[in-house]
Design a protein around this ligand. Sequence first.
Ligand code: ATP
Ligand code: MG
Ligand code: FE
Length: 345
Amino acid sequence: MTILGIETSCDETAAAVLDGEGHVLANVISSQHTVHERFGGVVPELASRAHIQNVDHVTRRALDAAGLTWQDLGAIAVTQGPGLAGALLVGISYAKSLAYALGIPLVGVSHLEGHIASAWIDRPSFPRTCVVLIASGGHTHLFHADESGGLRLMGRTIDDAAGEAFDKGAQMLGLGYPGGPLIDQAARKGNPVTVRFPRSRVRTGQLDFSFSGLKTALLYHLQRMDQQAITRQQADLAAGYQEAIVDVLIRQTFAAVRQAGVSALAVVGGVSANSRLRARLTERAGEEGIELGLPALSYCTDNAAMIAAAGQRALEQGRLASFECEAMPNCALPASSGGGTVRRK
Ligand code: ATP
Ligand code: MG
Ligand code: FE
């Protein structure tokens, strides 16, 4: 069934259309980075306003790009959470009115289900049983996914998310916002071993992550340098900092793969766009004979194709579409079965 996905959980207004086989017919993303960059982070009220201004336009562009009309749509999927309450409400209200007017089912999905589903876009035969690492702006979670789509939490960050570590590091290095892509770029010109930052280990859970110590290490390191030296060494600092994040992600993820005894690994979320992480994952997966599922770059950071894909999967698995779907700013997985935070099973 042709499905429209709508995503407004944070600072991207996105709409996408997938055909009945899960092929992406259109994937439109309107980023609000220029709205928020002078504040160094996302301002919730401004995000909601920008979504209101953009959501209809972005959706119509997606439909046009897919070469379809409203009547061709069979269902709508929308992000229920987690995210900013006001921002989520814009997408949900819009999706509800559209589904009501067209007389088609509406399914609410979790943004995390979306990121996870992105691993199978354009790669439908990727194994369902695998380890999934979500590394994004708000999450660094390892799951063991089973054949039926069930997810068991194996490890998570106990403080900052990997994307947050990139963003905060970039800010300290004077690179700007959002930091991930800027560190990625700067690091290409730097040497990752010139400055060595700590690789934290967490005692609470063998597969948990911690990035706050790394952030503090960078802060202390920079405090001992003058501005000129920081500017001169920016590329080496970015490369060293990035390498510490990548090392920890690789170490914990491959430990999870071993522990789960699976032969496939999916890595999703904004940080999976990182060129160094992609290269290191590809190399290590090759050495260990692990099948690696990395989404195309356009499906790593927030997009609506992943929301449509998650919606399609939810409907296939018998989840009921409902107009009762509400914003769930703190939900994790899955939104329409009550949401809730991620817990270890
Ligand atoms: P969540 O998905 O956890 O709710 P989010 O939606 O804000 O949070 P994403 O859009 O999935 O997060 O990812 C954004 C994050 O990814 C940001 O922290 C950004 O810095 C990071 N990121 C994007 N591109 C890169 C890159 N090339 N290298 C490293 N980090 C990156
Ligand atoms: Mg974003
Ligand atoms: Fe996201």
